[in-house]
Ligand binder design. Structure first.
Ligand code: NAD
Length: 427
């Protein structure tokens, strides 16, 4: 990836989340002391650790874990393996997690982290050693009742299994069973939840269905485009297909493809599986210029890749009626102003992609109770929780006469504010 593109994705995420927070705090009149507390992150852990590569040479890696706030419960949030991971990105993403957990009504705070690497440059066994050594370096800063990581960009169930195994192997054997659950998003055979793999994409579509219901329209035949065809992008497309919507363009790190007659998400997923995750080269679609992607004529856009993708440069050309933010922070504050001015609705990230953390919460509960839940039940529970959050956002939006992002923030902040008011500030 070009350095210029990397810089664009990196810079501004922290500024973005703080602008959104301060705007919401102003609209709702958030208590000044609580604003101060929530403006800071509780802990910022940066670790440098050596790993021996396959060629025998040692490389030093840098990993991050930012713990923003735990007023409502343990820190919760993903680990990302990507060149754009740095302290500012981890801060921004951790802060978004605090709001997301609060909005969904979960007993969690917010954390996020990762390693600044491009996993494509490493073999599977190198990735395993990097993951295990990172877990070891984090030590007691994570834990099943302290801070519970989960998958994010370029991390998956396999990586969660390595983290879980490393964590238990370096702790007292007495707590083995509890310690295994230091992460969510584990493979099902290792305590993972049936359906956690698809929880985020499923939740994205559940929020789109709430929007459809609100507007009394039909999702059948509606066209949509997806940026990022990894976990979130694929599963969202899979569930959109079930609702009869038509995928017409996809963009990922390898390029952009288009077919106005429709792209079958499952066939595209199979193509990706055989082509190192890349959509480029899919035989049933043509090539689209990357710069023209967001301007594609369609009803719905699902950004499901990185932050800062919808900007002042491409927002004016967007023709969709709805943007459903599968990704975290895909829209800059300035771009959002343009979109709202054009009457485009945005289902904000902290609501739209919260199916992932809701699924993680059910995995955590399932583990605590030593149970195994059925996928059908899990998906119903996720839909119920996310629909309830959607309705709260609508009510708050009417009460405060504001857009959905700011009203989602208000619902989240009101919950945290109440906790601080009730408990006070130690000592
Ligand atoms: P993933 O690693 O499975 O997929 C990422 C996708 O983004 C890939 O298709 C990749 O090619 C694409 N991408 C990377 N750089 C790009 C670029 N410059 N332009 C276009 N596409 C690019 O990651 P994921 O888990 O699907 O996460 C995607 C987004 O969803 C992230 O913002 C993540 O924080 C958010 N999210 C994920 C979860 C989850 O449960 N996995 C939960 C909530 C939010």
């Amino acid at each position: 990836m070009e350095t210029k593109t990397l810089e664009k994705q990196k810079t501004g995420m922290y500024e973005n989340v703080m602008k959104q927070f301060n705007h919401a705090a102003d609209v709702m009149g958030l208590d000044d002391n609580i604003r101060k507390i929530l403006s800071a992150t509780n802990n910022e852990i940066v670790v440098h650790f050596p790993v021996k590569l396959d060629n025998g040479k040692v490389e030093i890696f840098t990993g991050y874990r930012v713990q923003h706030n735990n007023a409502l419960g343990p820190y919760k949030g993903g680990l990302r393996f990507h060149p754009t991971v740095d302290i500012d990105a981890a801060r921004a993403l951790a802060i978004w997690m605090t709001w997301k957990s609060a909005l969904a009504g979960l007993p969690y705070g917010g954390g996020k982290g990762g390693i600044q690497i491009d996993p494509k440059n490493y073999s599977q066994s190198e990735l395993e050693r990097i993951t295990r050594r990172f877990t070891y370096a984090l030590g007691d800063n994570i834990g099943p009742d302290l801070d519970i990581p989960a998958p994010d960009v370029n991390t998956n169930a396999q990586i969660m299994a390595w983290i879980s195994d490393t964590y238990v192997s370096t702790k007292s054997p007495a707590n083995r069973q509890t310690n295994l659950h230091v992460v969510t998003g584990k493979p099902v055979g290792s305590g993972g939840l049936e359906g956690r793999d698809r929880a985020t994409g499923f939740g994205v579509v559940a929020t789109i269905k709430s929007w459809v219901k609100l507007n009394n329209i039909d999702l059948k035949g509606k066209t949509y485009i997806v940026q990022g065809f990894g976990n979130v992008g694929y599963w969202a497309s899979h569930f959109m297909q079930k609702e009869g919507a038509k995928l017409i363009a996809v963009q990922d790190a390898s390029g952009s493809i288009i077919n106005s007659k429709g792209i079958d998400p499952d066939l595209l997923n199979e193509h990706c599986r055989q082509n190192k995750g890349a959509v480029a080269g899919f035989s049933q679609a043509g090539i689209l210029n990357n710069a023209d992607f967001f301007a594609t004529e369609c009803d719905i856009i699902i950004p499901a890749a990185l932050g800062n993708q919808i900007t002042v440069e491409n927002a004016p050309s967007i023709k969709a009626q709805l943007i459903a933010e599968g990704a975290n922070g895909p829209t800059t504050v300035e771009a959002e102003e343009i979109l709202l001015e054009k009457g485009i609705k945005i289902i904000p990230d902290i609501l739209c992609n919260s199916g992932g953390v809701i699924g993680s919460y059910y995995e955590w509960l399932q583990n605590k109770r030593s149970e195994n839940w059925k996928i059908e039940d899990v998906l119903i529970m996720i839909e119920d929780k996310i629909s309830a959050a959607f309705n709260k956002v609508l009510q708050s939006s009417e009460q405060f006469k504001t857009d959905w992002r700011i009203s989602a923030y208000i619902v989240a902040l009101q919950r945290i504010e109440l906790t601080y008011i009730e408990r006070g500030v130690f000592p």
